[in-house]
Design a protein around this ligand. Structure first.
Ligand SMILES: [Zn+2]
Length: 323
């Protein structure tokens, strides 16, 4: 199907997956799982699925194509349990030189995305419409490929994020991008525009709202980060990786993977997730999938483009909470 035909279709329902619902104005929490291509990490995904069932939440799960190709039954299981399926590059996770969507050509990006999309569709019977770039390395070229491949959502723009040598986001090109969900401009992801893709940026308070940060700073500091973000947007996106819940000795990593990272991997990390989920629900968040983001509100944001000045501490557009 050509992209023009596809882009005329209503955004929902999404190819057989449950239609997204427009939630009331409330705080939305997105529990997202990035399945990098790490042989052996599937055990961690099984544990996370049990955890989601225990607390009755639905996650958004991004699969590297090779993970989906290797563990198709598990991908199908995720769909059957009501989770949203997305893609996360082709072989990301198992490579010494990772897929870099900031600089790769249009053709190359399309190939990675198509192969991953096909792998998830083959495993589950459903064509994914949500994408997350490996390492949150994304570009305007990626947005174009996603539009043309029939995607509707992305969650990769690293707004308010800079890892200072600790993580993998060492570029500040999109530091000043909106932290609320928005439709980006096709020529610059920093600005709202008229893309057919809805961007739901992974939350950050300089450091990312992910399991590595939670483990490093502990729950009480992490709760303060969540509070700070909650003062600025009602959307909170958390992410973790199945590999973080399995001992490193039971998995296969590329040589370039840091030993520090491997040391912290353990099934015990599920306790952090349990505590986090308890906290976010206590402070009033409702967990939803990325495709359930309140799109009606997003559309209202489109005319609110003020100006952009790259790196500045104050948002460059009016955020939802200030309306
Ligand atoms: Zn990843």
């Amino acid at each position: 199907m050509g992209w023009t035909e596809r882009s005329r279709q209503p955004a929902l329902p999404l190819n057989g997956q449950e239609p997204g619902r427009v939630t009331k104005s409330g705080k939305q929490f997105y529990f997202t799982i990035d399945c990098d291509w790490v042989p052996g990490s599937h055990v961690g995904l099984e544990s996370l699925l049990e955890c989601c069932d225990r607390v009755h939440i639905k996650a958004t799960i991004f699969f590297a194509g090779r993970f989906a190709e290797t563990y198709p039954d598990l991908v199908r299981e995720c769909l059957q349990r009501g989770h949203q399926l997305g893609t996360h590059g082709w072989a990301h996770g198992g490579l010494e030189e990772d897929e870099d969507f900031r600089i790769a050509s249009y053709e190359q990006q399309r190939q990675w995305i198509r192969r991953a999309t096909d792998a998830v569709e083959k495993a589950s019977g459903v064509r994914p419409v949500v994408f997350r770039a490996p390492n949150l390395w994304i570009s305007e070229t990626t947005l174009r490929v996603l539009e043309e491949e029939g995607y509707h959502y992305d969650s990769s723009v690293p707004a308010r994020r800079f890892d200072m040598g600790l993580g993998r986001v060492h570029y500040v090109k999109y530091f000043g991008a909106p932290r609320d969900p928005y439709r980006p401009s096709r020529s610059n992801l920093n600005h709202p525009g008229d893309s057919s893709i809805v961007e739901v940026p992974p939350s950050s308070c300089l450091f990312p709202i992910n399991l590595a940060t939670l483990r490093t700073v502990g729950l009480s500091k992490f709760e303060r980060m969540i509070y700070w973000i909650g003062q600025r947007t009602r959307h909170l996106v958390f992410y973790c990786h199945p590999s973080e819940f399995v001992l490193a000795t039971e998995q296969k990593f590329p040589r370039s993977m840091s030993k520090w990272n491997q040391k912290g991997m353990s099934p015990d990390n599920l306790i952090f997730v349990d505590d986090l989920l308890t906290h976010v629900h206590e402070v009033g968040y409702v967990t939803t999938r990325i495709t359930d983001t309140a799109t009606r509100q997003l559309d209202l944001m489109q005319p609110v483009i003020l100006r952009a000045r790259g790196l500045q501490s104050e948002p460059i557009y009016r955020e939802e909470g200030q309306r």
